[in-house]
Every structure is written in structure tokens, then in C-alpha cells.
Design a protein around this ligand. Structure first.
Ligand code: PMP
Length: 369
């Protein structure tokens, strides 16, 4: 046995509740067409790359000092972006940022979840919600969606009232199924929730529904809207997520965040990227049109695409979804098996990538019948 493997995971004094668990991990395979992690397929525009490079060069001279612990200027820029895109005036006191929205969600559960507390979500949904709950020792309470993956608002309000979770997750548009939750339906849950309601809007820029930010004024003690620059903003590698909430909630998160969690480089790069929001977000309309084209084409091939308001499509039906996933990989197209029987999820890519996907889909569906 290799010396480095002399100590196994089983032999470590690991927390009992983490034993036997698997880390989050979409396979990262080196194939020609990668449509599996819901990124924007278009690389950042040249002007953005130049600006980020220049911004990082400028701050590099100050790398011997810790960064602004509260990332105030970045939060101001995020507030300006979100105010313009939602029509709701926001200040930096209502914004908080971290390394990806996953870290934002973790901080929310550190502050409002934890041992003896619970978080509820409507499945299937984003698999990190239960994983972050486990990591923070928050009890996870799964609640169902309808068979067509939409949210049954009355049933949702009932289960939230009954189970009284400390935190509710509502994902809109929902990953991996793609549908958005209309404002009236969000409100039905917000009205009865006893604790915090997190509306995870990672894909909001692709959606035709208004943002839950419009509800902040009405539910200031409950509502948190989380967002990310990883998707529409084409900044997944930059790791920047953020949220909007009432200032007291931002104060609460400062109790659990690690000091200086956002590096000088991250803050500078994200601010530079935000200056190019208009150019980056120009891809959103193109991707939405491609999404609709791919959905129609899947229908034409005998597939069953679930209506999507995001930059991905859940589709079926396969007798054996995992075998179908493998057929896609074997033909050079990496999509995602999200564990929903009979279904796979494809991220919308460039028109060429989508054509490559559809070419393989034709072959895979032909073998199904
Ligand atoms: N929320 C949802 C619904 C997501 O799909 C993702 C990414 N897959 C995230 C949050 C986290 O993204 P990030 O940490 O890159 O901001």
C-alpha cells in the first residue's frame, strides 16, 4: 500500500453524521462538448478580460495587507446592479457577498440553522441545499413537488406551517427542473413561514418572472434573495455570490463569516466584471432563444423537455437514464444525470454545442424505442 494511503477515511475520528457521505461532485470529464454545470458558454468579452487584468494589477501592489473585510465597495456595486435590474432601490447595507452563492447559503445556515434547527426544501431541487444543511448540522426536511415538478403552493404552505422549519429554500428558477415560482406563490409560503425564507435566484437573469427582491419591503424579517455571478454573468471561475436582505440579516451573517473571506483579487475582479454587465448579459437573450430551440427539437425527437425558465433543460424519458447519460459521454457530450428517474439535464451551450448535443440525442432516443 502507498504510504500516503496508510491512513483511511474510516480510521479518522470523523463526525458520525458525515460517515458514508459523498462529496458534491459533477464529473469533470475532458470531452469536446461540456453541457453539465449550467455555466454561460460564452467566454467574457475582451474588454472585460482587459479590465479585470488591469484591476488585479493595480491592487496587487497592496497584497501584503488584508482586504476590506466588509467588501463595502463591491457591495455598493452589486446594490447598483440589482437596483437597476429589479427596479427596487437597494443600498450596500442590504447586500452581502461571499465566494459563490454556496458560501452565502452556508453562512445563512450557520447563522439561522445549526444543531436543533431545521431547513426545508422542495425536491427535486439544488442538491447543495441538503449538503450544506448536513455540514452545518441543520436537520434537512425534504418536501415534495408535483409529479410535473411544479410547486403545489397550497401543499407547500401547509407543510411549512406544519413543520415550522427555521429556514425554507425556494429555488426560482429551480435547478434541475427549470421552472420559476410566480411572486404570488412565493408570498403564500412567505406568509406562513415562521423563520427565514431563502429564495435562491442563481438563474434569475434567464427568467421571465419578476425577482423576489420586489418582496423585500413586505417581508423584511424573513426574506433573503440569493444570487450569483456564476451563471448569466459568465464569472463562475471568479467565485462571487451575493444576497439581498434587510440590513439586520446582513449584520447576522457578519457574526459567522470568516474575516477577510473575499480576497483583494476577488473583490477587484468582481467589480471590474460588474462594469461590463451589459455586455456580458447580452448573451442571456441568445441563450434563452437557444433554450427554446433545443426544447422544441427535443420534443420533435420524441423527448419530454420540462418547461424551463433557466439556461438548462431537464428532459426524458429514458428507460435507463444513467445508460443514456453514458451514451452521450461516449459520443463526446457531457450532460448531467441528476438522479431523477428517466431524466437527464442539459445546459444550453453555443448553437454549435447544442447542435452536437441534439445530434447525439437523436441517436440516443432512436435506440430507446
Ligand atoms: N444555487 C443554485 C440553484 C445553483 O444551481 C448553484 C450552482 N450550481 C448555486 C446556487 C451555487 O453557485 P455558485 O456557488 O457558483 O454561486
Amino acid at each position: 500500500m502507498d504510504k500516503l494511503d496508510a491512513v483511511t477515511l474510516d480510521a479518522l475520528p470523523l463526525r458520525e453524521d458525515l460517515r458514508g457521505r459523498s462529496p458534491y461532485g459533477a464529473p469533470q470529464l475532458d470531452v469536446p462538448v461540456r453541457l453539465n454545470t449550467n455555466e454561460n458558454p460564452y467566454p467574457p468579452p475582451d474588454a472585460l478580460v482587459e479590465d479585470v487584468t488591469e484591476a488585479v494589477r493595480e491592487v496587487a501592489a497592496g497584497l501584503h495587507r488584508y482586504p476590506d473585510r466588509d467588501a463595502v465597495e463591491l457591495r455598493r456595486d452589486l446594490a447598483a446592479y440589482l437596483s437597476v435590474s429589479t427596479g427596487v432601490p437597494l443600498t450596500e447595507r442590504q447586500l452581502w457577498a461571499a465566494n459563490g452563492s454556496n458560501e452565502v447559503l452556508q453562512q445563512i445556515l450557520q447563522a439561522f440553522g445549526g444543531p436543533g434547527r431545521s431547513a426545508l426544501g422542495f425536491e427535486p431541487s439544488y442538491s447543495m441545499h441538503p449538503i450544506i444543511s448536513a455540514g452545518t448540522r441543520t436537520e434537512w426536511v425534504p418536501a415534495p413537488r408535483r409529479d410535473d415538478f411544479t410547486l403545489d403552493t397550497e401543499a407547500a404552505a401547509r407543510v411549512v406551517a406544519e413543520r415550522a422549519p427555521d429556514v425554507v429554500f425556494l429555488t426560482s428558477p429551480n435547478n434541475p427542473t427549470g421552472g420559476s415560482i410566480p411572486t404570488a406563490e412565493l408570498e403564500a409560503v412567505l406568509r406562513v413561514a415562521p423563520g427565514i425564507v431563502v429564495v435562491d435566484e442563481a438563474y434569475a437573469e434567464f427568467s421571465s418572472q419578476p425577482s423576489a427582491v420586489t418582496l423585500l419591503e413586505r417581508y423584511p424579517a424573513k426574506l433573503i434573495v440569493s444570487r450569483t455571478m456564476s451563471k448569466a454573468f459568465a464569472f463562475a471561475g471568479g467565485r462571487l455570490g451575493y444576497l439581498a436582505a434587510t440590513p439586520a440579516i446582513v449584520d447576522a451573517l457578519q457574526l459567522v463569516r470568516l474575516p477577510y473571506h473575499l480576497s483583494l483579487l476577488t473583490q477587484a475582479a468582481a467589480r471590474a466584471a460588474l462594469r461590463h454587465a451589459d455586455a456580458t448579459l447580452a448573451s442571456v437573450a441568445k441563450l434563452a432563444a437557444e433554450r427554446d430551440r433545443v426544447a422544441d427539437a427535443l420534443l420533435g425527437l420524441g423527448g419530454t423537455p420540462v418547461p424551463s425558465d433557466a439556461n438548462f433543460i431537464l428532459f426524458g424519458r429514458f428507460a435507463d437514464a444513467h445508460a443514456a447519460w453514458q451514451s452521450f459521454v461516449d459520443q463526446g457530450v457531457l450532460i448531467r444525470d441528476v438522479g431523477i428517474p428517466g431524466h437527464l439535464r442539459v445546459t444550453i451551450g453555443t448553437p454549435e454545442e447544442n447542435d452536437a448535443f441534439l445530434g447525439v440525442a437523436k441517436d440516443v432516443f432512436a435506440k430507446e424505442v
